[in-house]
Ligand binder design. Structure first.
Ligand code: F3S
Length: 394
């Protein structure tokens, strides 16, 4: 790679061992991927900041880094393991809190912005079109590339941290037009019935791996595209998608010679059946990725329609970020008065659910993918739309 004098000095260790380590991470990744230089970034999104995902080794690494390194660009952070700045709605052990608090302290020392959300694009830190980013949260990466027209590779937790400290990312992949080209055409046939975007994304994520799809036959709104993208990036590793007539770069795609597949409501309906079981949930958890304003209003409407307090046997969690919660205060009040927990700074996947629950209902195929895993919460999963879950279980 061609490095500037300053970058070379950092790589030689002249600015200390932590910055040297960060520069080594970035140049190694850059060389492996054929990058010719480092590119300044507009912002960084860090993932994996829950103690559940970071563990003791990760925490110690971060604390060492915080002794010396400071973030050079706006750096937003994913949800933590409990509602760190909230009223303590998520029950955890004191030991878990103490470990989580060490992570938060190290991040704040380095200059992180306390967003604690996987949807930085719903906050004041949403990037403009054309901005180069180093984001690690996969659902946010696919949203930024596809819907905002910003540029980010799918960073890992260490490379995003290194980018925050150096303020740059290796210039390859989705930072270039050729890395953003459609690689397969997906015709969605809605003639046999409606298709749920979160399920469509899960089904396709499994088929596509890292390939970039070009959708025809659908006109999703922004929240539907958030669902579609988050599922594709969790069930596969899709970093971007195009939707004909909808997404910003769709009309620049050349579809000649691309493989084509068709999906319909029957295929997606069958796939949906493998997402959940028939048990009765102790928790209904909405907001993966964190609720947007529109999604939060939708759940408030569904709860209001019930016209009564929620039953005591089942908890309802609505997970979102501080900005959205602040900007939807009347809907939040409806939810809280009905007995729901409107939860900030964490989510149903990275909080230690298994301490309290064994069966959890979700409306998101991404959440369904993770909460059933032993390495997360080992939950039995119930799956449905927001309205179905509120009607059936609350
Ligand atoms: Fe966000 Fe947690 Fe889902 S971080 S994307 S709500 S798993």
């Amino acid at each position: 790679m061609e490095l500037t004098r300053e970058e070379e000095a950092i790589l030689r260790g002249e600015k200390g061992p932590r910055l040297q380590e960060c520069m080594r991470i970035l140049t190694t990744i850059g060389e492996l991927n054929g990058a010719r230089r480092l590119l300044p970034v507009w912002s960084v999104q860090l993932s994996g900041i829950s103690f559940k995902t970071m563990g003791t080794q990760g925490t110690e690494f971060l604390e060492e880094m915080a002794q010396e390194a400071r973030f050079q660009v706006p750096t937003t952070i994913n949800p933590a393991g409990y509602d760190v700045g909230g009223p303590g709605l998520v029950r955890t052990s004191p030991e878990f809190r103490e470990k989580q608090d060490r992570i938060v302290k190290a991040l704040m020392t380095m200059g992180a912005i306390p967003t604690f959300s996987c949807t930085p694009y719903t906050t004041e830190y949403s990037p403009p079109p054309g901005a180069h980013l180093a984001w690690a949260e996969s659902s946010a990466v696919i949203y930024a590339n596809s819907i905002l027209g910003a540029y980010s590779n799918r960073e890992g937790a260490p490379s995003a941290l290194a980018s925050a400290v150096i303020g740059k990312t290796p210039d390859y992949g989705l930072h270039h037009p050729e890395g953003r080209r459609a690689q397969i055409v997906v015709d969605v046939d809605t003639s046999k019935g409606p298709i749920r975007y979160t399920v469509l994304g899960a089904y396709l994520g499994k088929q596509l791996g890292q390939r970039i799809p070009f959708f025809r036959g659908i006109r999703p709104d922004v929240d539907a595209m958030k669902e579609l993208g988050s599922s594709m990036s969790a069930w596969g590793a899709v970093p971007m998608f195009h939707v004909e007539g909808v997404t910003p770069e769709a009309d620049r795609q050349n579809l000649a010679g691309l493989e084509r597949i068709t999906v319909d409501a029957q295929v997606i309906g069958e796939f949906q059946r493998c997402l959940g079981c028939d048990e009765t949930p102790q928790l209904v958890a909405i907001g993966c990725p964190h609720c947007t304003k529109g999604e939060l209003l939708e759940i408030a409407r569904a709860v209001k329609k019930k016209g009564r307090k929620l039953p005591s046997g089942t908890e309802l969690w609505v997970c979102s970020n501080r900005t959205v919660i602040r900007e939807t205060a009347p809907a939040v009040e409806i939810l809280r008065s009905a007995g729901a927990k409107v939860i900030q700074d964490t989510c149903m996947v990275v909080a230690p659910l298994s301490d309290q629950f064994s069966v959890t209902a979700v409306n998101s195929a991404k959440a369904a993918f993770y909460i059933g895993r032993k390495s997360f919460s080992g939950q039995k999963v119930v799956f449905g739309t927001t309205e179905e879950l509120v009607d059936r279980y609350l």
